[in-house]
Design a protein around this ligand. Structure first.
Ligand code: FE2
Length: 362
């Protein structure tokens, strides 16, 4: 096997561009239990934007907001609303990863640059992926600060719900573009295709979608790519594309080792989740076999279960976390299964469609 030309260690962080980062940071601290660990803004000499860094387990989010109407973040928010701008990778050599991607046809977003402050330096570069979304490469050159150069420590503790790391991040792309972006991850970034779901696998009475799951060489980064498929009515992917103004990140799945605890806490903190009907829990163990959890507890929390050859998983999806029906979260616990819960897609999509209908978008 040839050496991976773009070796990625892990997801370094996910950056959101939002209309009001101070309030968004409050939401992630109080509703999701993140710690706020770093900040940059006017007080640190940044005249363009304010950014809050939130952390739980290995999950790191940056929430950035523009400080004036005439910068790129403002126009991004005008078009997309709040959303994911950058899925950044931690790498050993950002410049080499960038160069390998550009040589293989990636579009540049930022050439390799050394970012410095009194705590040392990191190298940063970025390429474009679907829509207006970017992938940054970050390599730490003995950097010892709280986050990245320019950030200062901001220590506001959240009450953790036990989220450990990013399990997968799903992108929605336009009709006919799934293969293009699956190829992008395969040919430019050296990912392999893990799974392919056709519209026959993923359809309800009204809508359908297709999905390919791409995985990095070390298996730590998984990116399913969805595209809408022909259905009787507008699919949830079409609804997303319309309201986000194009392709973008649809959901971020966060892994926990105790989903019952996580969902109990998240619900108590006010996070809103999709609800499947109680009938989902009739014959659940006949469908998925014996499970460690009490079905009555799962039913009360509306946690979903799916099984494949290797084991099972438990998962639950939030409602969109902004007013536009765009980005949402998944909380997932894996007990052997490396899948994505295909057995739940139908029940789940029907739950989404009930909300789509309420929004006048079905
Ligand atoms: Fe997912």
């Amino acid at each position: 096997m040839t050496k991976d030309p773009v070796p990625l260690k892990a997801i370094h962080h996910i950056e959101f561009w939002v209309g009001n980062a101070k309030q968004a940071a409050h939401f992630y601290r109080t509703a999701f239990g993140f710690n706020q660990i770093a900040y940059s803004g006017l007080e640190t000499g940044d005249r363009e934007k304010a950014s809050y860094v939130l952390e739980q387990g290995k999950v790191r989010l940056i929430l950035s907001t523009p400080l004036s109407g005439d910068n790129g973040i403002s126009s991004h928010i005008k078009k997309h609303g709040d959303g994911v701008k950058d899925i950044a990778f931690h790498v050993n050599d950002a410049a080499a990863c960038y160069k390998a991607c550009i040589e293989r046809g990636a579009k540049s977003a930022a050439e390799p640059t050394e970012l410095n402050d009194e705590n040392g330096s990191v190298t940063h570069a970025a390429i474009c992926t679907y829509g207006d979304t970017l992938h940054s490469f970050i390599s730490h050159n003995d950097y010892s600060g709280p986050f990245l150069p320019g950030f200062v420590e901001s220590n506001v503790k959240g009450d953790s719900v036990g989220l450990r790391f990013v399990d997968h991040i799903v992108g929605n792309v336009e009709l006919g573009k799934m293969n293009h972006w699956a190829d992008f991850y395969a040919k430019i970034m050296g990912f392999t295709q893990l799974q392919h779901f056709s519209d026959e696998d993923i359809s309800t009475e009204y809508s359908a979608l297709m999905s390919k799951v791409m995985e990095s060489d070390n298996g730590r980064i998984k990116f399913p790519i969805n595209e809408p498929a022909e259905g009787k009515k507008k699919s949830q992917i079409d609804e997303y594309l319309e309201f986000y103004g194009g392709p973008g990140v649809q959901h971020i799945a966060l892994l926990t080792d105790d989903i019952i605890n996580a969902i109990t806490k998240l619900k108590a903190k006010g996070v809103e989740f999709l609800e499947v009907p109680d009938t989902y829990y009739e014959n659940l163990t006949q469908r998925v076999g014996a499970i460690d959890e009490d079905v009555e507890v799962l039913k009360k929390l509306k946690v979903l279960v799916d099984r494949d050859d290797e084991g099972y998983l438990l998962q639950l999806f939030t409602k969109p976390v902004e007013d536009r029906p765009t980005l949402f979260y998944e909380v997932i616990q894996r007990k052997g299964s490396k899948g994505f819960g295909i057995g739940n897609f139908k029940a789940l999509f029907e739950a989404i469609e009930r909300h789509q209908a309420e929004r006048g978008n079905l």
